[in-house]
Design a protein around this ligand. Structure first.
Ligand SMILES: Cc1cc2nc3c(=O)[nH]c(=O)nc-3n(C[C@H](O)[C@H](O)[C@H](O)COP(=O)(O)OP(=O)(O)OC[C@H]3O[C@@H](n4cnc5c(N)ncnc54)[C@H](O)[C@@H]3O)c2cc1C
Length: 510
């Protein structure tokens, strides 16, 4: 790690554990507001209640807190200046990218500051020969690939929100997407980060390779959900576009049969670019919304995509067809051209937003199970849904066991919202019981902090808090997230409402 003024993180490496809960009692005073205005200008310092409300929630619209002040810096130096002011006044701050997070990570802290990074969207360097690119945190995920498409390069992690979400948010959440099965999550594609720590010092973690000498500080920052500091510049790894891409949709008489096909594909040593599963209810919704050409009379469908050198891709594709046949597929549809492939993917990616076609309200869950237990977990979810008198649609990254059960309910019917929320939490905890995780890609944030003890012991969490305290001893960088606090765990979120961009059809959940 390299450090620039005003201090080095090394001197604080062994500080006592902080509780990880809000560590500050400071408030935004008129004097502090003037200091921020002096640092970044009046027009980028928001204090009017109507403008502050824009920042009151992220993609989890049930949790809302209006911040005391929003700062919109445009450079690392400006971020550092604002953070230093927060540190001086003991006021907590929360970094915010596009606000599409689905775990309440960018939820403001009461009386705190939001530091919005969306104006920092410059691409600083493209190095085609070394396949790397340096950029500011507000660049959207899709814009990275767009900027290098003419060089036959692209950025592999592909969250469904990629047209809007920022690379800073992707780093903080270690985001995934359909193609992360083969290519890995965000963490596998980041070389270096410039970070403003909670005292305003600026450090660089990582370097030219993915495997630095010494402790993996770059790895510590990726997925830390804004609790270790604010990322202001990112060096990403670019991949060369594959020579060939082949995509099929295979129908199955049950989700268990489809699960068997997934296990068979992986056991055969094939690493598909993506393996996605949709059940009958999800197919019904997305056909109504998008007309992707999925079969309406099937219990489950797999979307399997292979990519790579043409000969390898063709051989693997034949094997995948064989494995699907042996697992009992009733129909295989092969995308004949890039347009048909896009239609298949549009269906999969629209599936979450399409739930509105079959249910007035729904909760999105994000859990992980060992892939081999796919059939078992789906049967248990069915039974739990029947007990709760609710329907659950399943759309998920089957290849890496990342489930996204959608619990459908009608908030207008007394008790359904509570039953839906309870069922959704019970599904996440079932994932842990089966040896999986409470989150695959959406993060812990505010929403799942209370479920952390289901996965981790007090000792585990103390270790995480000590790491956090090494970077942020005062606990002012996104406090109250990740770790359970009595206040947080006593609160209930409000009713789910679609993210404004989701309602406008710009992005969909997945
Ligand atoms: C419709 C929809 C579909 C989605 N699909 C996927 C998907 O397929 N895969 C997936 O993984 N996620 C998905 N998500 C979740 C979300 O888009 C990702 O978590 C994304 O990475 C968040 O980026 P953001 O810029 O919106 O971050 P925000 O929501 O603004 O912030 C998320 C977290 O990152 C922190 N943060 C933001 N910027 C910085 C920074 N520069 N430095 C330090 N911390 C920072 C915040 O404090 C917060 O804790 C989806 C969300 C929606 C609404």
């Amino acid at each position: 790690m390299t450090t620039t003024a005003p201090g080095s993180v090394n001197s604080r490496d062994f500080l006592p554990a902080s509780p990880g809960a809000p560590g500050s009692v400071g408030k935004v005073t008129a004097q502090m507001r003037n200091a921020v205005i002096a640092a970044i200008g009046r027009e980028r310092t928001l204090t009017e209640p109507t403008r502050l409300r824009t920042y009151e929630c992220d993609g989890i619209t049930g949790y809302r807190v209006v911040p005391a002040l929003v700062a919109l810096p445009e450079t690392t130096e400006e971020v550092a200046a604002v953070v230093r002011i927060c540190a001086d006044y003991g006021v907590p701050f929360v970094a915010r990218g596009a606000g599409t997070g689905l775990s309440g990570g960018a939820l403001p802290v009461v009386d705190g500051v939001v530091i919005g990074l969306a104006r920092m969207r410059r691409i600083l360097d493209i190095n085609a020969a070394d396949q790397r690119m340096v950029m500011e945190p507000g660049v959207t995920n899709a814009d990275i690939s767009r900027a290098v498409a003419h060089l036959d390069l692209y950025f592999a992690p592909d969250p469904s929100s990629q047209t809007v979400c920022t690379i800073g948010g992707n780093v903080a959440e270690n985001s995934g997407g359909a193609h992360c099965l083969k290519y890995g999550f965000t963490t596998n594609h980041i070389y270096a980060l410039t970070v403003v720590l909670a005292d305003g010092s600026v450090v660089t973690v990582g370097g030219d390779g993915l495997d630095d000498i010494g402790p993996d500080l770059r790895g510590a920052f990726i997925g830390s959900e804004g609790t270790l500091g604010i990322v202001t510049s990112i060096t990403v790894r670019l991949l060369r576009k594959p020579q060939s891409v082949r995509t099929l949709v295979a129908d199955f008489p049950s989700a268990e049969h489809a699960g068997d096909a997934v296990s068979g594909i992986i056991a055969a040593g094939i690493i598909p670019a993506a393996v996605e599963m949709l059940d009958a209810l999800a197919i019904q919704a997305c056909e109504q919304a998008v007309h992707a050409g999925y079969s309406l009379d099937t219990a489950a469908a797999l979307v399997v995509e292979l990519d790579g050198p043409e000969a390898e891709c063709d051989e693997g594709f034949e094997l995948v067809k064989d494995i699907c046949t042996r697992a009992g597929t009733t129909k295989i549809r092969i995308a004949a051209d890039p347009d048909e492939r896009m239609r298949v993917w549009k269906g999969r990616k629209a599936a979450f937003a399409a739930m509105g076609r079959i249910s007035p309200d729904y909760y999105v869950q994000d859990g992980v199970i060992p892939r081999t237990r796919l059939g078992e977990v789906l049967s248990r979810i069915d039974a739990m849904a029947a007990d709760a008198g609710l329907r659950v649609a399943n759309v998920f990254h089957a290849g890496d066991g990342n489930l996204h059960p959608l619990v459908l309910y009608n908030a207008a019917v007394a008790g359904e919202s509570e039953r839906g929320e309870h069922l959704s939490t019970a599904i996440a905890e079932l994932c842990v019981e089966l040896g999986g995780s409470i989150t695959g890609e959406h993060g812990v944030g505010t929403d799942k902090a209370c479920s952390m003890p289901k996965m981790f012991t007090e000792d585990d969490m103390d270790t995480m808090k000590r790491l956090r305290a090494a970077f942020d001893p005062a606990g002012i960088s996104n406090p109250g997230k990740l770790f359970p606090t009595p206040r947080l765990c006593g609160e209930k979120p409000g009713k789910y409402a679609p993210h404004p961009l989701e309602a406008a059809g710009v992005i969909d959940r997945g």
